[in-house]
Design a protein around this ligand. Structure first.
Ligand SMILES: [Zn+2]
Ligand SMILES: [Zn+2]
Length: 250
C-alpha cells in the first residue's frame, strides 16, 4: 500500500482496476464524484487564477474585461452539474468497451492517440455544425447564453448536447478499443481543455497574433469568437476544419 502511494501511475492503475470490477452503482457514484470535483474545483481554481492571481502578477489579460452578467455563473453551474452526471453515466460504457487498462506498447499508444486526435476533431466539428442547424440550435442555445465566457461555461450545455459530448470517446472505442486508462486520460484532458478554452484569458497578450507560440495557446481567443460572433470557429482543438470549410476567424 505504501508503494502504491509513492507511485502515482501504480495508484491510478490500482484505482482503475477496482473501478472496473466494482458494482455499477458504486462505479457510477465514483464517476459522478470525480466529474463534479473536476468541474467545480477545477473551474474555481481557473476562475481564481484568471480573476486574481494572474492579474496580481501582471501576467496576461481578460479577453472581455466585463464581469459575467448577474446570475450567469449560477446558471452555468446548474447546467454544468447536469452535464457532469451525463458524462459520468457514459463513462460506465468504458467498462465494456475497453481493451485492458493500458496500451500494449508505446507504438500502440502513439497511433491510438493520433487516431483519436483526428477523430475528435472531425466528431466535435461535425456535431457542433449540426448543433447550429435550425433543428438543434434551441438546445445549443443554452451554451450560447454565455457570451462573456467563464471556465464554468465549458459544460453549461443542454442535456442533449451533454449526451453528444459524452459519446465522443465511447463512439471512438467502438472503432478503436482503448485501454480504460487511456480513455480516462483523454477524458480528463478533455474536461480541463474545455475549461481552458472558455477561460476568457490571454496569457501572453504581448506576443503578436500569428506568433508560433501564441498559436499554441490562443485557443481561448479562438473559441471566444464563436461565442461573440456565432457561426465561426466551430473547431475546439484545431482549426484545419474551420479553414477547410471557410468558417475560420481570428
Ligand atoms: Zn456553438
Ligand atoms: Zn463554448
Amino acid at each position: 500500500m505504501v508503494s502504491l502511494l509513492l507511485h502515482p501511475i501504480d495508484t491510478f492503475t490500482f484505482l482503475l482496476a477496482a473501478w472496473m470490477q466494482a458494482p455499477w452503482p458504486l462505479a457510477l457514484l465514483a464517476a459522478v464524484g470525480v466529474h463534479l470535483s473536476m468541474y467545480l474545483v477545477g473551474g474555481s481554481i481557473a476562475w481564481t487564477f484568471n480573476q486574481h492571481f494572474w492579474p496580481s502578477l501582471g501576467v496576461g489579460r481578460n479577453l472581455d474585461p466585463n464581469p459575467p452578467r448577474p446570475g450567469q455563473v449560477r446558471m452555468e453551474i446548474r447546467h454544468g452539474m447536469v452535464a457532469c452526471l451525463i458524462l459520468a453515466v457514459m463513462t460506465l460504457s468504458y467498462r465494456s468497451l475497453s481493451d485492458g487498462i493500458w496500451p500494449r506498447s508505446v507504438w500502440t499508444a502513439a497511433w491510438q492517440l493520433a487516431a483519436f486526435v483526428f477523430y475528435n476533431a472531425v466528431y466535435s466539428y461535425g456535431t457542433h455544425r449540426l448543433l447550429h442547424t435550425r433543428w438543434l440550435i434551441r438546445a445549443h442555445g443554452v451554451h450560447h447564453r454565455s457570451v462573456r465566457v467563464t471556465p464554468f461555461t465549458s459544460y453549461s450545455v443542454h442535456p442533449l448536447e451533454g449526451l453528444v459530448i459524452a459519446c465522443t470517446i465511447p463512439s471512438f472505442m467502438l472503432i478503436v478499443p482503448l485501454g480504460v486508462g487511456s480513455a480516462f486520460l483523454l477524458h480528463g484532458f478533455g474536461l480541463a481543455y474545455t475549461a481552458y478554452i472558455h477561460s476568457n484569458y490571454d496569457l501572453l497578450p504581448q506576443l503578436p497574433e500569428g506568433h508560433w507560440f501564441k498559436r499554441l495557446i490562443d485557443h481561448p481567443i479562438h473559441h471566444r469568437f464563436h461565442h461573440t460572433l456565432g457561426n465561426v470557429n466551430f473547431g475546439f482543438t484545431g482549426r484545419w476544419l474551420d479553414r477547410l470549410f471557410g468558417t475560420h476567424k481570428l
